[in-house]
Design a protein around this ligand. Structure first.
Ligand code: ADP
Ligand code: MG
Length: 753
């Protein structure tokens, strides 16, 4: 039942959020059984003790929780089905006349009531209820009845067990068929159980749920009302935003009472969509408020040093790069320059594809800090990457006065103590290290800038420990991978963003091939040829050790087989994450210098490694990797002027072109497009190949489908926080409660974990 977990979590949160007001609450829950906010579930009609457990599994603990157990979708039954349209196992509504009735008691004492409906237009459906003898009294011969339920074929006709029924008066016109809500379920619980329970609480509680969204916000949130005139359609992937665009008539989002009613018992799909729109907006809006508040605090909590780069300093830093910067790089540098020149701390994200040259921006910012006598720290996710940054900076700064040091796990305790002292008295200008080390309590004399490289998540933890002095540093975050706009707005919503879209000139293209097992021998021949012509090659295998059961050949085994087989005679080395820091460094150095021709590695090479002469990459068991990860890997061989070649192989028996992800990988080299497609294919939860990317659990909103609502929510949240940074106005009190209950950890600076 793992699919239940996210729902349960968000519901638990909703229980707190549903903020009952005190009106309508009486102190006598037992006697007349008035249904109240906190009424235990078993006292609700149609629930009973044994079903309480099942509702608990869905996160429904109190009566109010039911109101916020939103339907996943709706079944739009329109109009009524004829007998030929019935399909076994599908819900349907039929209209017929009662032509026969029966009541039986089985040997064990089980009773059943049956009515036979002659369906208008021909055919028969038998409705049957077990252990509900009172049903017998509800029907008489000749009645017109609508029955809605799951049709089961009995061979000659259809049967519905426990259908919902409506009895029509003589000559009563047919009621319009209403959409049927489809709720999230758990084993043992059926749609009608949930619908009945919801119906039982809806009218009683609807008045006691407070409105968190002031009218003014609801009005600006919904610039166009949803047309009510369009014919009913199924709630499609773009149900809300598409129809919302059609008609330009300002109207506020539905108020809470109407929205609750319409989401559970809509008369039309449009009405359901309108209600969903409100809750989708609310969910995204509350999170965007949290982000906006956090951002506001980051900016106003403590000042940062003003670091002004004069035209001379600017020109001198640029000269050190030794190449022309791309337009996007120059633009990003401008953004950084403006940010750092103010005493409001910079909080900027550099979003760019692999190889777009993000490091340049970081280097600029660091040298800019140093030029005005401040220290700068660069945090990398791995020691390998920290060392690479360190040596690149060293090379770039040779002959300058800048003192740069490396702080990683593999230096001795003595070196470390000494280094920390020099950082504290300010004789070290630039410190490069791993995130783990630098986020410990390193004392700086005057820290002006922190750069976080290859960041998947926003750096809540890292920020925390550095915020002690009178001034706080500026922050620059380099993204690890291109992220679709909507996701970026959500994960990095508290940061300003500069995007590097164009790649440095002179980059040769990378060819991506999908290889079958049968083609492997030929591919190795190609690898040998490339290496013999002077290039270098990576072979990537996701695991270190083999796992025969899962048909995985680990990197160690791949290394052995290749050096004895197809790549025999080449200088080939193995690199994986379990080696110690020095060994890893030696292997990488040897590859960087060109001594090693073929590097067999696990995905440790995924991030940041920069060896322009390496142009061939083989990825084994590629079907086990995420799209973003594959694209990162491919990024390793598009760093120079030689064309790159990557061939991906899936595990034996899987044709790579049958794997949607691999096909997408082969179809485009644009990381942003790829990320959008990945998002479409897999949904935001799985994106980036990691579970922990910092997305809030969303209960009704969908970052792909609801991107327009998200943008709107973000704009409004920002303007509200501008006027009322801590949501102190009376009209924002209820909103503030929701923000704190749901996203308190986001708002409070850095004290997470
Ligand atoms: P990433 O964005 O993946 O971190 P890097 O910053 O490592 O990319 O840059 C990739 C490579 O491109 C490096 O070798 C870097 O020196 C080079 N590079 C960056 N910008 C330019 C440019 N404008 N012109 C030429 N080469 C560049
Ligand atoms: Mg990089």
């Amino acid at each position: 039942m793992s699919s239940i977990d996210p729902i349960q979590k968000s519901l638990n949160r909703l229980a707190e959020q549903a903020e009952p007001s005190t009106k309508g609450q009486k102190a006598t829950p037992q006697t007349a059984q008035p249904i109240e906010v906190g009424t235990p579930l078993q006292f609700l009609p149609g629930i009973g003790l044994q079903r309480v457990e099942l509702f608990h599994k869905l996160g429904v603990r109190r009566a109010t929780d039911l109101l916020f157990l939103f339907p996943r979708s709706y079944q739009d039954i329109a109009p009524y089905q004829s007998i030929t349209e019935l399909e076994p196992g599908l819900r349907a509504s039929v209209i017929g006349q009662v032509v026969d009735m029966d009541q039986r008691v089985s040997f064990e004492g089980r009773s059943s009531v049956g009515i036979l409906l002659a369906i208008e237009g021909g055919g028969y459906v038998r409705c049957v209820w077990y252990n509900q003898p009172f049903r017998r009294q509800q029907f008489t011969h000749g009645m017109r009845v609508i029955a809605t339920g799951m049709a089961k074929s009995t061979g000659i006709s259809f049967e519905m067990r426990h259908p919902e029924t409506t009895i029509l008066a003589v000559d009563q016109p047919l009621p319009e068929a209403k959409p049927i809500p489809i709720y999230p379920l758990t084993e043992g619980l059926q749609q009608r159980h949930v619908a009945t329970a919801v119906a039982a609480v809806l009218e009683n509680l609807i008045g006691s749920i407070d409105e968190a969204l002031p009218e003014s916000i609801r009005l600006s949130a919904n610039p166009y009302s949803v047309p009510r005139t369009k014919p009913a359609t199924h709630l499609g992937s773009s149900g809300v935003s598409e129809s919302a665009k059609d008609q330009k008539q300002p109207a506020p989002l539905l108020g809470i009472a109407q929205a609750l009613r319409s989401i559970h018992q809509p008369n039309t799909i449009e009405e359901a969509n309108e209600a969903r729109h409100r809750f989708i907006f609310q969910e995204l809006f509350v999170y965007q408020l949290a982000l906006a508040m956090r951002r506001h605090r980051l900016q106003h909590d403590k000042p940062a040093p003003k670091i002004v780069s004069s035209p001379m300093i600017h020109a001198r830093i640029l000269k050190r790069f030794g190449f022309e910067l791309t337009r996007d790089q120059l633009k990003a540098i401008d953004d950084v320059r403006v940010d750092m020149g103010q005493d409001v701390p910079m909080n900027r994200l550099i979003q760019g594809d692999v190889g777009s040259g993000k490091t340049v921006i970081a280097q600029y910012a660091m040298l800019n800090a140093v030029a005005s006598k401040h220290q700068a720290a660069l945090m990398a996710p791995t020691e390998l990457l920290a060392r690479q940054h360190f040596s690149r900076l060293q090379k770039q700064l040779s002959g300058s006065q800048v003192m740069i040091e490396l702080l990683v796990g593999s230096i001795t305790q003595r070196e470390r103590t000494e280094l920390l002292q020099r950082i504290a008295i300010g004789t070290v200008d630039l410190v490069v290290g791993t995130q783990a080390l630098l986020s410990e309590r390193v004392q700086f004399e005057s820290l002006g800038l922190v750069v976080i490289d290859e960041q998947h998540k926003f750096g809540v933890q890292q920020r925390a420990n550095l915020r002690e002095s009178r001034l706080v540093p500026h922050y620059l975050v380099l993204s690890a991978t291109p992220i679709p706009r909507t996701i970026a707005m959500t994960i990095f919503g508290d940061l300003d963003v500069s995007v590097l879209r164009d790649k440095p000139p002179g980059r040769a293209i990378v060819h991506t091939y999908l290889g079958s097992t049968a083609q492997q021998a030929k591919w190795w021949e190609f690898v040998v040829k490339q290496v013999q012509s002077g290039r270098q090659a990576y072979v990537v295998s996701p695991r270190v050790e083999s796992d025969p059961e899962a048909e995985i050949v680990g990197a160690e085994e791949v290394y052995r087989q290749l050096s004895e087989g197809p790549l025999a005679g080449l200088r080939i080395e193995l690199l994986h994450g379990r080696m110690d820091g020095n060994e890893k460094q030696m292997k990488l150095d040897s590859f960087t210098k060109g001594q090693t021709q073929v590097l067999v590695a696990t995905t440790v090479v995924e991030v940041g490694i920069d060896v322009p002469n390496a142009t061939v990459m083989t990825i084994l068991d590629a079907d086990r990797m995420g799209l973003a990860q594959l694209h990162q890997l491919r990024g390793r061989i598009s760093r120079g002027s030689f064309p790159g070649y990557v061939c991906v192989f899936a595990k034996p028996g899987v044709a790579p072109e049958e794997n949607a992800r691999l096909s997408v990988l082969a179809s485009t080299d644009d990381g942003f497009r790829l990320a959008e497609q990945d998002l479409q294919m897999r949904g935001p939860g799985d994106l980036l190949g990691t579970k922990q990317i910092g997305l809030p659990p969303l209960r009704i909103a969908d970052l792909v489908r609801d991107s327009e609502i998200l943008s709107r929510a973000r704009e409004i949240a920002q303007s509200i926080v501008e006027q009322d940074p801590n949501l102190e106005l009376a009209e924002h009190a209820k909103l503030k409660r929701q923000v704190t209950l749901r996203h308190g950890a986001v708002v409070t600076l850095g004290d997470v974990g």
